[in-house]
Design a protein around this ligand. Structure first.
Ligand SMILES: [Zn+2]
Length: 365
């Protein structure tokens, strides 16, 4: 407690300096500050929701102790419907949240603040009827995220190594392929770069952490073991399939450019929509291997071309319609008909800026 008191007064004077420097550059950075404030408010809201969710799980005896393979930690088992939708969307059925001091993050850096923070681990016990055994692997994954300060791929390596140790990896991978293909596919996006952080923060984590034995154990499980052979086998298969997907997405980019050259009006958007749906359908059999991370840059580039061209056409054609209220009315009706009333390029369905959403929209139409 005392440390806290002393720390607090120091922090306040520095906070004052911080506020003064913000004030003098307020006019320049108002937008930035407002964005930070909103982000902070959203973070605070998320934190309050998750602390309440953890307490609820605790009250009904659903905070479980995992104590195997030298790992020892607690995880809250929650119901899918209890998870805030945006968290389920962003993080999936298992996730973790760190309660850490904003001041520590400000002055010691986020990583150090994370390593000193207290982590709440969650997993949805009723998600797609996941078998209890596989739920444990999600728990281990979240513990791995904690220990590696948020490294998703090292956490996944740990998850698979524990499943391999328990001789259930083949069944687990099969379940993921059928129920959570993106989790598997995304592992292979940057499978190569897999070493534990060797910076000071991680070393401090080792020194300061009470459970340093457990962390040493985790280090062994992550660093001293290779990816299970089964996963490496899958890697080359997913690699091959994503090579094919890559070719198709690049062809999509080309056909969009050709359509923009061929059709001069705003109606080109309807032609492109039809063409995109057809082209995604051609690779529907590859959907389960689809690794969004790998193909998103090409999709963002394609969307940018469309967006810029459509914006240019919109202002040019708007001028052609002229200023009379009746003509402007006709122009707005055209934009509405084409779904362009709010954006120069729609941000949903086949034109979603989320490639997975665009792909799945095409397959369902
Ligand atoms: Zn993760």
């Amino acid at each position: 407690m005392t440390g806290m008191g002393l720390g607090m007064s120091l922090v306040q004077s520095q906070a004052l300096q911080l506020r003064q420097s913000i004030e003098c550059s307020l006019s320049q950075n108002l937008a930035v500050v407002q964005k930070q404030m909103i982000a902070l408010a959203l973070y605070q809201k998320r934190e309050d929701e998750l602390v309440a969710l953890y307490k609820k799980a605790l009250a009904r005896g659903d905070v479980r102790l995992y104590d195997k393979h030298g790992l020892k930690f607690e995880i809250a088992l929650v119901l899918q419907k209890e998870i805030p939708p945006e968290i389920l969307e962003d993080c999936g059925p298992a996730f973790s949240h760190v309660l850490f001091s904003g001041f520590e993050a400000l002055f010691l850096g986020t990583k150090r603040a994370l390593s000193r923070g207290s982590w709440l681990l969650f997993a949805a016990k009723d998600y797609k009827n996941v078998p209890e055994k596989f739920l444990e692997y999600w728990a281990v994954h979240e513990r791995g995220e904690q220990i590696t300060l948020g490294n998703h791929n090292l956490a996944t390596k740990l998850e698979f190594n524990i499943a391999a140790k328990e001789k259930t990896l083949r069944n687990y991978v099969k379940w993921l392929e059928e129920n959570e293909p993106d989790h598997l596919a995304n592992v292979f996006a940057y499978q190569m770069h897999l070493a534990l952080p060797d910076d000071d923060d991680f070393k401090e984590l080792l020194e300061t952490s009470q459970q340093s034995d457990e962390i040493q154990r985790l280090r062994e499980l992550i660093e001293q073991t290779n990816w299970p052979y089964l996963i490496l086998q899958k890697l080359s298969l997913y690699d091959k399939m994503n090579e094919k997907i890559d070719k198709s997405i690049k062809q999509i980019a080309k056909s969009v450019q050709l359509a923009l050259e061929k059709y001069s009006g705003l109606e080109v958007i309807t032609e492109i929509e039809k063409d995109l749906i057809a082209k995604f359908k051609e690779i529907s059999s590859l959907r389960k291997y689809f690794c969004a991370i790998r193909h998103t840059p090409t999709w963002e580039y394609t969307r940018k071309i469309m967006e810029n061209e459509m914006a240019e056409r919109r202002s040019r054609i708007g001028l052609v319609y002229g200023g009379s209220p009746q003509k402007q009315g006709e122009f707005i009706d055209l934009l509405k008909k084409l779904g362009l009333e709010t954006h120069s390029l729609p941000k949903k369905n086949i034109f979603s800026d989320n490639l997975t959403e665009a792909f799945d929209y095409a397959l369902s139409h």
